[in-house]
Design a protein around this ligand. Structure first.
Ligand SMILES: NC(=O)c1ccc[n+]([C@@H]2O[C@H](COP(=O)([O-])OP(=O)(O)OC[C@H]3O[C@@H](n4cnc5c(N)ncnc54)[C@H](OP(=O)(O)O)[C@@H]3O)[C@@H](O)[C@H]2O)c1
Length: 152
């Protein structure tokens, strides 16, 4: 089981990660940072997200999870110290109680509806401690906020 289980996501100002379940996330400006941070680490994603990928995430072991997969078992099979949960909303929720960190990059959009970061009603509360801010695109006000999850 990895020591660090890191959720990484681009979000809108109103907390959405996509307009619909099979949207290609072309509006995200932090793909170079995403690539740098996830390189050489396993990345875990849901099957909808896998369908939206336009490149194959070279250099990273890809784990695609399905409805009946148990998050604990998936994590137990990972020997690396760090892994990333890369979406989508159903998969962020599936791993919510195992997350040690959130890397969140708000983007200047309001979708109004779509796929929420944790795409479920009745998500548990996570207590977060701010760790650091990483510049993505200063001119457009895009920064990645890194948090530690205190109650997992
Ligand atoms: N902005 C970002 O940073 C970001 C990051 C990643 C993804 N996204 C976007 O997020 C969207 C996909 O998110 P998503 O939440 O739709 O999908 P997802 O989490 O990628 O995949 C759906 C997962 O839910 C499972 N599932 C299906 N029906 C279920 C049910 N009734 N109960 C429990 N689990 C069920 C699926 O299993 P089966 O395979 O068995 O059906 C699969 O594991 C895409 O538009 C993608 O582009 C955005």
């Amino acid at each position: 089981m990895p020591k660090d289980v890191i959720l990484i996501a681009a979000v809108t100002v109103d907390g959405f990660i996509a307009r619909h379940n099979l949207e290609i996330t072309s509006w995200s400006k932090d793909l170079p940072l995403f690539k740098k941070q996830t390189m050489n680490h396993p990345v875990i994603m849901g099957s909808n997200t896998f369908k939206t990928l336009t490149s194959l995430l070279g250099g990273r072991d890809i784990v695609v999870v399905h409805k009946d997969d148990k998050p604990q078992e998936i994590l137990n099979n990972i020997k690396n110290k760090q892994c990333f949960i890369i979406g989508g909303g159903k998969t962020y929720y599936k791993f919510a109680s195992f997350l040690t960190h959130l890397y969140i990059t708000p983007h200047p959009y309001v979708f109004g509806e779509g796929v929420r970061l944790f795409d479920v009603s009745g998500m548990c509360e996570l207590k977060l401690k701010f760790l650091q801010l990483i510049e993505v695109d200063n001119k457009n006000g895009i920064f990645q906020y890194q948090y530690q999850v205190l109650n997992n």
